[in-house]
Design a protein around this ligand. Structure first.
Ligand code: ZN
Ligand code: ZN
Length: 331
């Protein structure tokens, strides 16, 4: 693929965090040429987490057990999964020190830095938070069309076409690699691909810059070499080795309960029942060792791999009909 560059942020000497020297140069070039610039960062808010430097506490959502993002407008800590919000503490509620540090980068912070560097250019942040202040799709489209620089989350990767985009810049590629899911790499790949296609459909000479602290990561290497077939083969080989779909069928059974012990006990019982039915060892059945907390529910999962899974899971039909808290997803 032409015009795709990777910037190794470890080697960059720029004094402004996440704004590499190459990027600053490219932004200026495109502004002079009157071409649009898209900055992609799939994380809302100002910072991605708040931590205590003394006792190492990471501020997490009490309902979901995932780290809270720090937002500037309005100033608060917010969960991007369940919409839980609380004010930003002045002291650590664990050790009472004042040594709290905001870390990571979100679209709000990017906008603030950008407005400082380019005070005279039109900048538009396109994410769920900024859309709250916009009344119609027409207004959003007008803002998008008039902006010289657009900051966008995943929302920008679908459904929008612009003329004259000179530069697409992915701020921090690895940010999306941190979700523990066997599909994470493919999801990231398809998000970025979609973003690149935005460029290709209309924009003939669009430069695409991917910034990263881990340029040796195989996914990032593949994105820059454009060798999708190679990437696909690699992913498929991995899936074959670890027996993931499409080489075997897979189903995830999820049970959730407000009471953690109850969730564990019930899921263990289902697992035991399936193990007893699996006398010929035709299925690979595993239960998650740790629970996940989402919106105050504790969730345990059972992963079932093998052939004719639907038929096999008919055996727990009764339990499924009786329990609203039990769901099965087929991959
Ligand atoms: Zn502390
Ligand atoms: Zn939450």
């Amino acid at each position: 693929m032409k015009n795709i560059y990777t910037i190794n942020l470890n080697l960059d000497k720029s004094k402004i965090a996440y704004f590499s020297t190459t990027l600053l140069k490219k932004i200026e070039e495109n502004i002079d040429l009157k071409k649009k610039i898209i900055l992609y960062l799939n994380r809302r808010g100002e910072y991605s987490s708040l931590i205590c430097c003394d006792c190492q506490k990471v501020y997490k959502c009490p309902k979901c057990d995932i780290s809270l993002s720090v937002h500037k407008y309005p100033r608060n800590l917010s969960c991007h999964h369940c919409w839980f919000e609380e004010s930003v503490p002045l002291r650590c509620d664990n050790c009472h020190c004042v040594n709290l540090k905001k870390v990571g980068i979100g679209t709000e912070q990017l906008e603030t830095s950008l407005r400082k560097i380019y005070p005279h250019n039109s900048i538009f942040r396109f994410d769920l938070d900024s859309m709250k202040n916009i009344s119609s799709k027409k207004e959003a489209l007008e803002n998008l069309n008039n902006a010289e620089i657009i900051i966008g989350t995943k929302m920008i990767t679908t459904g929008f076409d612009f003329d004259d985009v000179g530069l697409i810049w992915v701020i921090l590629l690895e940010q999306e690699l941190q979700i523990p899911d066997y599909k994470t790499e493919e999801n990231l790949y398809s998000n970025i691909k979609q973003l690149i296609w935005r460029g290709w459909r209309k924009w003939t000479d669009t430069d695409i810059i991917l910034q990263t602290f881990i340029p040796e990561n195989p996914l990032i290497q593949t994105l820059t070499s454009s060798n999708y077939k190679e990437f696909f083969k690699q992913i498929m080989d991995e899936r074959k080795i670890f027996s993931y779909p499409p080489f075997v069928e897979m189903a995830t059974i999820e049970y959730r309960d407000k009471n953690k012990d109850k969730a564990f006990d019930f899921t263990s019982q289902i697992k035991l029942k399936l193990d007893i039915l699996n006398t010929e060892k035709l299925y690979d059945i595993e239960m998650s060792a740790k629970s996940m907390k989402r919106n105050n529910d504790y969730i345990y999962k059972i992963f079932v791999k093998g052939n004719n899974i639907r038929e096999f899971l008919e055996n727990i039909k009764k339990e499924i009909f009786r329990n609203w808290n039990l769901v099965i997803n087929f991959e």
